[in-house]
Design a protein around this ligand. Sequence first.
Ligand code: ZN
Length: 272
Amino acid sequence: MATIFPAVVFLLLGIVWGALLNWFAGSVNEEGGLLLKAPACPKCGAKRKGKHLLPLLGFFIARGRCAQCNEPVSARTPIVEFVSGALFAALYLRYGITWELLILLVYASLLIVLFITDYEHFILPNVVTYPGMALAAAVALLVTLLHYRLAWSIFFAGQDFMAIFNNYFLCATAGGVAAALLLFLVVVISRGGMGMGDVKLAGLLGLMTGFPLVFVALFIGILAGGIVAAALLISGRKKRKEMLPFGPFLCIGGLVALLWGRQILAWYLGLI
Ligand SMILES: [Zn+2]
């Protein structure tokens, strides 16, 4: 059973892991290439050293500035570390020590990295999405072969047509293809609002969450994106023509679906 002490351990682990995710995502350049190097100041190039590298605390010890040139450090660093910790704790509280937890810690890490690179550079790098898709497909195949029922997946009662989706591999591939096709249509219609990166991310989310949960993920992503875009327009912080990356909202939608998708779907089906 999930309890508080291990949840705190997962919180701390997630904070430390978040520092690594920050570093990894920061190594993706604007063309989507990956160049791993030691964390350094983007202005003067001074390497971050010692206590300033500490997860979460380092930012505050350095007072949010480069020790060499006083350039402000992006608040992204502590925010990502904290969110990663909170997500690790939430996943533990939701699933306990299970295979689901192990799988979702990896999925959450991939989605955090994609969130950051799309937010900062409008890029969802293939170096993350392709291995992610291969991994999610392999997980789906493995649980199907082992007859393991993933706790977040939906099973259909009876012998009717929908029961074919009780095969999780089929459910994951159908979810991936459906989500990617849907986003591809949006890309074609919207002409520039979204890109092929969003199509690949939707495919990845489909493989991770499966049919029909992927639609919960897409719906939450579109809803969250719409609310934020409307708020930015109304408050005058963004103009209509300015780009807002959609990937971060898809990542949020995917994480919400993996945590509470079943409950959301049950609630929604109860309404109609
Ligand atoms: Zn500096």
